[in-house]
Design a protein around this ligand. Sequence first.
Ligand code: C2E
Ligand code: MG
Ligand code: MG
Ligand code: MG
Length: 292
Amino acid sequence: KAKEAGKNNCQFYTKGMNATAVNYLLLENDLRRAIEQQQLTLYYQPQVDLKTGEMTGVEALVRWQHPERGIVSPAHFIPLAEETGLIVPIGEWVLREACRQQKLWLDAGKYIGKIAVNLSPRQFRQKNFPGKVEAILAEIGLAAKYLELEITESCAMEHAGETINQLNQLNQMGMYLAIDDFGTGYSSLAYLQRFPVQKLKIDRSFIHDIHDDANYAAIAKSIIGLAHNMQMRVIAEGVENEGQAEWLRTHGCDQAQGFFYAKPMTAKQLEGHFRNGRFYFDGTVVRLENHL
Ligand code: C2E
Ligand code: MG
Ligand code: MG
Ligand code: MG
């Protein structure tokens, strides 16, 4: 009944517009205010060296704490932000906040490795984007080598010529560059080879059934080989169990990220894993839950 009433309401306001679209508009209004009202936060998910189990860095993942709806997933609001252009201020906030946190950790002698930040296409395509990154680093006093930037494979390939330009400028500043969700887009290997990137991230859709599904295993092996032949590191995302981790280690994948090691967590929670001058998940591949 409530559902029907809701439906009627929507039809009253805007003919032909469904509840989802109205919902989206309401969300857009709220998103405009999310930054100034300090509703955005960053979570950090560790990346782990598959051989030593040691942490090599973290990926910063944005969270929106909506006053009524609770946590809204970035999978939901990032596309909205991208459509409306709000991604530009939001992305800039994320970048500045990640750099600020990294600088705090470094100043406290806590070396967590590189901090990886996701870029969305509209943000990355801004003509002055490399300049903006440079300004943020200068403002915060952070060296570029502590920062890693991720663009998705589909974003990278969409205007590959432009991508090369942007990536070259960022690379010259000393940043680490990664191609995210690799395997889901349509890569031109000719372009991939011209991108000055240091890392491929195998999309988690290939990792899930890696030890049962020969096709996924074949794809993952190819990506590992491709990365290494192009002098890049390779990381698997979405690693959820020991079987997947073992398979990846056996097949020469360098790093892993996923719930098996650690869920994305707040800066404070992450600091709970700091010992003897470094962050550890007990030296080898160990579930985070065992240490909480
Ligand atoms: P992504 O960059 O591929 O990030 C990895 C996503 O996989 C994260 O979802 C993470 O929580 C999730 N994940 C990590 N380990 C596991 C696992 O073992 N199993 C499963 N099933 N999932 C796992 P999240 O945080 O919801 O982010 C979703 C996407 O939203 C990200 O995908 C990224 O594309 C985008 N995103 C997040 N933060 C930002 C941001 O600050 N800027 C931009 N432009 N995009 C962002
Ligand atoms: Mg990412
Ligand atoms: Mg990814
Ligand atoms: Mg992904």
